[in-house]
Design a protein around this ligand. Sequence first.
Ligand code: PRP
Length: 221
Amino acid sequence: MTSSDMNYLTIALPKGKLFAPAARLLAAAGYTADGLSEDSRRLVIANEAHKIRFIITKTADLPTYVEYGAADVGIIGKDVLAEENKNVYELLDLKFGLCRMVVAVPEALRQPKLADYAHMRVATKYPNTAEKFFRDAGIQMEIIKLGGSIELAPIVGLAEMIVDLVETGRTLKENKLVEVAQINQATARFIANRVSFKMKFERINRLTEELRQLAESGSKA
Ligand code: PRP
């Protein structure tokens, strides 16, 4: 960490569904910057007056930026945190962005029991989470990692099943997939780099408390 970095608090925000509510929540706590937008071509956006920097990352990469201290803090879904398993502090459940990680199959392939799917192929963006779920259930599966649009895999025969996030359920429905098991639930979390948490304790602690109050008061993020 350089001395100039010490003057700034660098906040990582993920592209995608959590970006808007995360940026709104931070703005409600007084942390924002001109031009902060998911579509911004600038990936680092600073508020010089308040010594805040925002960086916008690919969702799955955000915990890595925080683990290595490229960002001091960040907001990310528990689903990604669990999958990436990085060495960061999880400071707060922000209670927005609720979604569920599920196992789903095409209606026609539905079986009576989970064990009946043994040895089938499972497409997912979350291979570690999927692998652990099936291992704990004692079911051997072939996991195929994809980067997105997971629902396409069973339609074109790349896999029989998927493990994916469900928010409204619309994507599953439109692709004629049915949920056969829930793995877990996830909400957005506020995380911090371990060294930053010590070196910038006052700033991070103040922000954590501000976010905690907003999350508890159910501020419409
Ligand atoms: C996520 C998830 C599902 C969809 C679920 O994808 O992977 O595809 O949202 O939401 P729903 O239940 O409200 O339909 P995302 O939009 O993040 O993009 P992706 O296809 O690149 O994974």
